[in-house]
Ligand binder design. Sequence first.
Ligand code: CO
Ligand code: ZN
Length: 323
Amino acid sequence: MELLKKLTQAFGPSGNEQTVRDIITEEIKGFCDETKVDTLGNLVVRKYGGGKKLMLSAHMDEIGIIATVIDDKNFVHFSEIGGVKINALHSSKVKFIDGTIGIIYEKSEKPTKFSDLYIDIPNICKGEGLYNISVGDTAVMASEFNLSGDFVSSKALDDRVGCYILLETLKSITKPNYDLYFVFTVQEELGLRGAKTAAAGISPDYAIAVDVTVCDDIPGGGKYPLVLGKGPAIKVKDGSVICHPEIKRLLADTAKAERIDIQYEILDKGGTDAGAIHTTGVGVATGALSIPTRYIHTACETASISDIKNAVKLLSKVCGDTL
Ligand code: CO
Ligand code: ZN
């Protein structure tokens, strides 16, 4: 899990994915035939195979915050990048690209909007200018990577776990069933932006997005039926896509043949790269494989390692012969 640790700990709010892209670029060396970074910053990794084009996608970006005002006492005011929850930020730490740590606290009791919070960076508050944070700088949640039995907790499992699954899948394939495109996208958290241009550049026949999904098997939860550790989930629908029957069948049949436990995901909201990919060009048969994850968009997103490993196994078998 060292690679997953490295990926999740990397700095990569939407629009600033270069650190994550560099890690992935190192990892794929020797395992692919062609790589390209497109105008928006998507990393497209190709492994030649015959026939139809299959695009696998996972997003590199994570949610974060952006500094909007630095006041005369050097406190930093901010707004969000992506779907950040106010109560997930309160009294916690954020990290800027240079490693500077900021502490988030409330201006008013019961904060309801980002303008009710501020960031305290004690060293710049002394006016000594040790840390050089400017308006427009971005930060991500600061948290440790923890392993405990079958479970992993960290910031940015959304969607570095998808990047990890794509990398492990790529490394395991000996003979592809398709012309394979492993795509590491940008700006998913702002509205599936990178996946849109990446898919337009590739024009795939089939696509499978890999991302986290809501695992609501917690106190007060229960709205959605997924259970942590009971297998990766084949997406049926979310707020952005109704998955193509051919892709659902391909994933389900492969899981059955390989005796991999799977679950089915039906979400009434939310979205993932599949939402942007399936309406590209004249349409792409698109589905998604999701990792059930508790506490999405917090510093302690939690998932099951066996679900992650089973997702790698399933996707590898879909893509071709494996090691
Ligand atoms: Co997300
Ligand atoms: Zn995601």
